[in-house]
Design a protein around this ligand. Sequence first.
Ligand code: HEC
Length: 230
Amino acid sequence: MSQHNPELQPEPHPHPQEAIQPYAPDFVETPDVPTETVDHPSLPLWIYLVCGVALFMAGSSFTGFSTFGMGLMDQGPGGPTVAAVSAGPAAAETPAQVGMKLYNGNCANCHQRSGEGQPGAYPSLVGSDWVLGSKERLTAILLHGIAGPLTDKGVVYSTNVMPEWSSTFTDEKMADILTYIRSSWGNKASEVTAAEVTAARAKFASQSGPYCEADLLKIAPHGPDPADQK
Ligand code: HEC
């Protein structure tokens, strides 16, 4: 079919029986054509193999093992996993970017990615005196947690406990989280360094169990951190 004999095509004969004799030799040659169709099945075999391997590799990259690694902890469900993977290790992240991933993976289930918390249950970190004030006091909150009534922007929270994170994060990671929450969602306060967390960890090492609000106000009253005072 695909092999054309030019002499065969131009003159379709309305009465094929007349044409049989002069064109008989050409018709005899047409049995060559099927030998070509026999070749076709051997070509797709290559294609199936190549496509099969490509699909397998593409599939395994989507359901990749990183799902079970730190990616989940750092970014949380729905996080920009693909973008983070393609950014690669060469792209250096700022402390706030590292802090954002740690926050989204560890804090957002209560305080929400927006930082707004949940009314009556989890205080908002947006515009919070506790977040924007003393860095030492804020670090103390993260290191040991809070229990009992806590007032945030005139609302008292008392139904839930803020867990401690001293054993979860290194000083560097804790500093990144604090830098992130102090500089996000409209919050504007100075960064927290790993050295400051190290100092706070030593200073508050004797604290056992979570703080209550009165303890925290003894560490520092409300108001900007000395680093943010002009
Ligand atoms: C299991 C839920 C939960 C998680 C997870 C959690 N918190 Fe909290 N957080 C609370 C609760 C509840 C309070 C208020 C405690 C109280 O009323 O005594 C609080 C209070 C706070 C406060 C002080 C209150 C304010 O308005 O600023 C800060 C700061 C804070 N959390 C930061 C964080 C950070 C950062 C993380 C992640 C490392 C985190 N929290 C993870 C539940 C949580």
